[in-house]
Write a protein that binds this ligand. Structure first.
Ligand code: CP
Ligand code: NVA
Length: 319
């Protein structure tokens, strides 16, 4: 087996470029393995802190439950409860928290904040969503896709904003050899630097990344259709933003252009009636609740790798 330098932190999903498929396979095996779930406690004696500057349902609960199931102690810290940013610098907060905790997850606004925390922490840091990246989401997304589909069963189509969720989905799809075709309104394309990174990885793996401003072009013959809210957390003041997304709703007319067995994904929370209709999100093609559940299993693999790599590798070699 080729030797891998395991990453110290997870800030964007391509930090896991050398181990991503193993991280996802580990999560898929562990999800099915009741004996391991009962007996394997790789975070025993560890405390993992999670800092939230933005609201969260899935990330917060899946981290708290996943950490507990792995034998660790979760601590959830809202930004209002700690001095971070107001009367204490990110660097000092990172240094202090590293004296108590064995790992830190952080949901923030600008991506620089989580990079700075990671730079000054001496324990692993996991990005629990920044304005630029959402790597834990992408790990669960690829887990959900790989549980049910193969790359030759149609490409992944993204319909919506060129945002944090698309960024890590493109990187993750590229690492797994899936083609991805994104449709965004003009002016809402993905970040060019992230796109370049994803294109480099996809070229190595022989997959394609295509972009368009026409949702119909992107979804034609797709195997997966993915959308997200048009207005992300922190953008609520951009009143005019959703006007640009006329024609980008994922509805029955749009999805009729995909493969009949296409899978619908959404990171959630969904704004039903805006980016997706009830008919699509509640249809048999929708896997959104499996996808939400997989946040927990994928993060259990990520936490074990970053906080107890020998235990992670032992389980990987067993399955
Ligand atoms: N998908 C996701 O990150 O959901 P939350 O905002 O509820 O954590
Ligand atoms: N793009 C969304 C994802 C929420 C999980 C946001 O950043 O608000």
């Amino acid at each position: 087996m080729k030797s891998v330098d395991y990453p110290r932190n997870l800030l964007s999903i391509d930090d896991f470029d050398d181990c991503f498929s193993d991280v996802v396979k580990w999560a898929i095996s562990y999800k099915m393995d009741e004996e391991a779930q009962r007996d394997f406690k790789p975070l025993d004696g560890m405390a993992i802190g999670s800092i939230y500057e933005k609201p969260s349902t899935r990330t917060r609960v899946s981290f708290e439950v996943g950490i507990t199931r792995l034998g660790g102690q979760p601590l959830t810290l809202s930004k209002n409860d700690i001095q971070l940013g107001s009367s204490e610098s990110v660097a000092d907060t990172a240094a202090v928290l590293s004296r108590y905790l064995d790992g830190i997850t952080y949901r923030c606004f600008g991506h620089d904040a989580v990079s700075e925390l990671a730079e000054h922490a001496t324990v692993p840091v996991i990005n629990a969503l920044s304005d630029l990246h959402h790597p834990c989401q992408a790990a669960a997304d690829m887990m959900t896709i790989l549980e049910k589909r193969k790359p030759d069963q149609g490409h992944i189509a993204w319909v919506g904003d060129g945002n944090n969720v698309l960024h890590d989905l493109m990187l993750a799809a590229a690492m797994c050899g899936f083609d991805i075709f994104y449709a965004t309104p003009e002016g809402f394309e993905p970040n060019p630097e992230v796109l370049d990174r994803a294109r480099r990885i996809s070229a190595e793996n022989g997959s394609k990344i295509l972009g368009t401003n026409d949702p119909f072009e992107a979804v034609t013959n797709a195997g997966v259709i993915y959308t997200d809210v048009f207005v992300s957390m922190g953008e609520e003041h951009l009143d005019e933003k959703s006007d640009a997304f006329q024609g980008f709703q994922v509805n029955e007319f749009l999805v009729s252009n995909a493969r009949p067995d296409y899978m619908f994904l959404h990171c959630l929370p969904a704004h039903r009636g805006d980016e997706v209709t009830d008919e699509v999100i509640d249809s048999p093609n929708s896997a959104v609740f499996d996808q939400a559940e997989n946040r927990m299993w994928a993060q259990m693999s990520i936490l074990t790798l970053l906080c107890n790599e020998p235990a992670w590798a032992t389980y990987r070699d067993l399955v």
